[in-house]
Design a protein around this ligand. Structure first.
Ligand code: GGG
Length: 361
């Protein structure tokens, strides 16, 4: 009797702008990987045409029962959200943050990888030995969504807005433990914790306290606590000192963009929004946004989305296949096939085709 392939069900949500082009690219790479797997596994895709265009027609970013439609998939493959016709906070909260928070995808992993053939703005002769991971708390903190605006009777210029950050001990502890566990599997066993606890004296001091307590369970892992402003400088001046960097939602959002810019382009950066308990699907997406200025031109960088597809393969336990995708990306950038954001002339599809060709290597 022939064995049935294991089928992974993936919900594709390209959403806005270049999200559509890069999801097409990552999907082609995943299909090529499955095609070469001699029937061991397969992917079953379902498309969800949600995003800012859907908003124009329906007044919402995703279907009313959208979360119900997504909840039984093995993973969500996401593109990018944001378009000039919809206020950014409406599009973000209506789709990406709604999915992350509803599915308790509390760990956002954002590797900072330096690829061969890609020029880094860092003043170092060779950056290919650099590699660190930003672990972003993805469920609370500054993006907890608490606050309000008050116009009442204050006259012109008198409006007040409050935006509260929420830090729970349990929320801090789970992401910090996640970072330590990740560090244990790396050559450089180190966790750098980032806050602004000198100025934000409640939530971030709680974070610092939890970090110090959890660290005692990991005596084999080196630690440091660094303020976010100092960490920004360290990213530029001492990147070789970094391994796992754990930070709150906002701080890690900013630091991971800085990291990917230092690696050469935001278009290169991959990410995984994980629900580590696997009660809900995890979501894989490039770090970059929808880039309306170049959307639809076929020139955006697919590497971040394809790297995110590799993180999805890892999540499925297909570690060899994930490594093959990484090697194919390296072979492609190393051979000079690059999109224009990283100094090349290749189109999105040309880079994708080269990565697929290099899967065999
Ligand atoms: N693919 C990532 C994406 O669409 N990002 C848009 C954005 O503004 N994200 C804010 C965030 O990461 O919280």
């Amino acid at each position: 009797m022939t064995e049935q392939p294991q089928t992974f069900r993936i919900a594709a949500v390209p959403a806005d702008g270049v999200g559509i082009e890069v999801v097409e690219a990552g999907r082609a790479v995943l299909e090529a990987i499955a095609g070469a797997a001699s029937g061991r596994f397969a992917f079953a895709w379902q498309d969800f045409p949600w995003g800012s265009e859907y908003y124009a027609n329906h007044g919402r970013m995703m279907a009313e029962d959208g979360l119900d439609q997504l909840k039984d998939f093995d993973a969500i493959y996401f593109g990018a959200v944001g378009w000039p016709t919809v206020p950014d906070h409406v599009s973000l909260w209506g789709l990406r943050l709604k999915i992350c928070q509803s599915f308790d995808q509390w760990a956002n992993i954002r590797p900072v990888e330096f690829l061969p053939g890609i020029q880094s703005p860092l003043r170092k002769a060779d950056t290919t030995d650099l590699n660190w991971v930003v672990v972003r708390e993805n469920s609370e903190g500054e993006y907890a969504g608490f606050g309000g605006r008050n116009f009442a009777g204050r006259g012109p210029g008198g409006e007040v807005a409050v935006q509260s950050a929420v830090f729970t001990e349990a929320g801090c502890e789970r992401i910090i433990r996640f970072a330590f566990d990740l560090a244990r599997g790396r050559a450089h066993k180190k966790v750098s914790s980032v806050t602004k606890s000198n100025a934000q004296q409640y939530g971030m001091v709680l974070w610092d306290d939890v970090f110090a307590r959890v660290a005692t369970d990991y005596p084999d892992v080196e630690t440091e606590s660094v303020l976010v402003d100092a960490m920004s400088a360290k990213f530029v001046l001492r990147p070789e000192d970094l391994s796992v960097v754990v930070a709150s939602n906002l701080n890690a959002d900013i630091l991971s963009d800085l990291g990917s810019a230092l690696a050469g382009s935001l278009g290169l950066a991959a990410s995984a929004n994980l629900n580590p308990e696997r009660r809900f699907p995890s979501m894989f997406e490039p770090v970059h946004g929808s880039a309306p200025d170049i959307a639809g031109q076929g020139v955006c960088n697919p590497v971040g989305a394809i790297g995110s597809a590799a993180l999805m393969l890892d999540h499925f336990g297909l570690h060899d296949e994930a490594k093959r995708v990484h090697r194919a990306i390296e072979a492609t950038t190393g051979s000079g096939i690059r999109t224009r954001d990283v100094g090349g002339t290749a189109t999105t599809r040309e880079v994708t085709a080269a990565i697929i060709d290099n899967l065999a290597g």
